[in-house]
Ligand binder design. Structure first.
Ligand code: NAD
Length: 251
């Protein structure tokens, strides 16, 4: 069996997931590039970037709303590469809805992707990890630090994943498996730049002016922290929620 670790990343065709795949490749970690079938971004771009970084990757279609799909993702990596060491539950959606008019369907759709999807990814990954490993889930300042109007469903899911990682950190600590959450601030990605969302490209530019760092973040700046948390260098970091926001929430 190769010594090279193997990682599964959901939502890795774009944004933070794609940047994480490249960071992993640079560190000699083989990456399963989980790609949502309806994603307009081409996962081949992520795969090319992984190869350019000298790494090894494979594209696997995965919909985190389906337990079978997520389980199949983990099983495929394990059967082809004989191991699975790292799970990054990154896939997520962002929708705006004022609470009074929020439908049950909107609530369930959000929770299914942003909370249940993380649970399915963590569970599938953990089932294949031996002694040692890492799970990282992507939360948000809206779930971990800030209140954000018209995003109660999103904030609920993002707060939930922090509690989930804390619990897993305790449950899996004796097996040497760490679980952490990342709390990104405003990061320029397809999701945050989508004009259909509350921010959009102009909103992001405006918001940059309020951030002490003077700008919104790059996906790579989040990916580097995910790569650290997934590495042996973070061997005593577990159950934490790490804010990556250019000092936005402490200003
Ligand atoms: P992104 O849109 O580039 O990435 C989200 C990915 O999730 C996409 O690849 C998309 O196809 C995938 N996805 C959506 N539904 C899916 C499903 N059902 N199954 C599998 N994949 C699915 O945006 P991003 O900003 O890189 O988002 C990555 C994570 O970071 C998300 O969880 C997001 O909520 C979180 N986040 C982002 C920001 C930000 O400012 N960009 C801030 C806080 C948290």
């Amino acid at each position: 069996m190769s010594e090279q670790p193997v990682a599964m990343i959901t939502g890795a065709a774009s944004g933070i997931g794609a940047a994480t795949a490249v960071c992993f490749a640079e560190r000699g970690i083989r990456v399963g590039i989980g790609t949502f079938p309806g994603d307009p971004h081409d996962p081949e771009t992520t795969l090319r970037d992984v190869h350019d970084a000298g790494g090894e990757g494979q594209i696997v279609e995965v919909d985190v709303r389906s337990t079978d799909s997520v389980d199949a993702f983990a099983e495929k990596l394990r059967s082809e590469w004989q191991r699975l060491d790292i799970a990054v539950a990154n896939a997520g959606i962002l929708r705006e809805a004022d609470f009074g008019n929020l439908t049950d369907e909107q609530w369930h759709d959000m929770i299914d992707v942003d909370l249940h999807g993380v649970m399915r990814t963590a569970r599938a990954g953990l089932r294949h990890m031996g002694e040692g490993g890492s799970v990282t889930a992507i939360s948000s300042i809206a779930g971990g630090v800030y209140g954000w109007q018209n995003h109660a469903h999103y904030a609920t899911a993002k707060a939930g994943v922090i509690g989930m990682m804390r619990s897993l950190a305790v449950e899996y600590g004796p097996r040497g498996i760490r679980a952490n959450a990342i709390i990104p601030g405003l990061i320029r990605t397809p999701q945050s730049s989508d004009a259909k969302n509350s921010l959009g490209p102009e909103g992001l530019d405006r918001a940059g002016g309020y951030i002490p760092w003077g700008r919104v973040g790059h996906p790579r700046e989040v990916a580097e922290v995910i790569a650290f948390l997934s590495s042996p260098q973070a061997s005593y970091v577990s159950g934490q929620a790490i804010v990556v926001d250019g000092a936005l929430t402490v200003a």
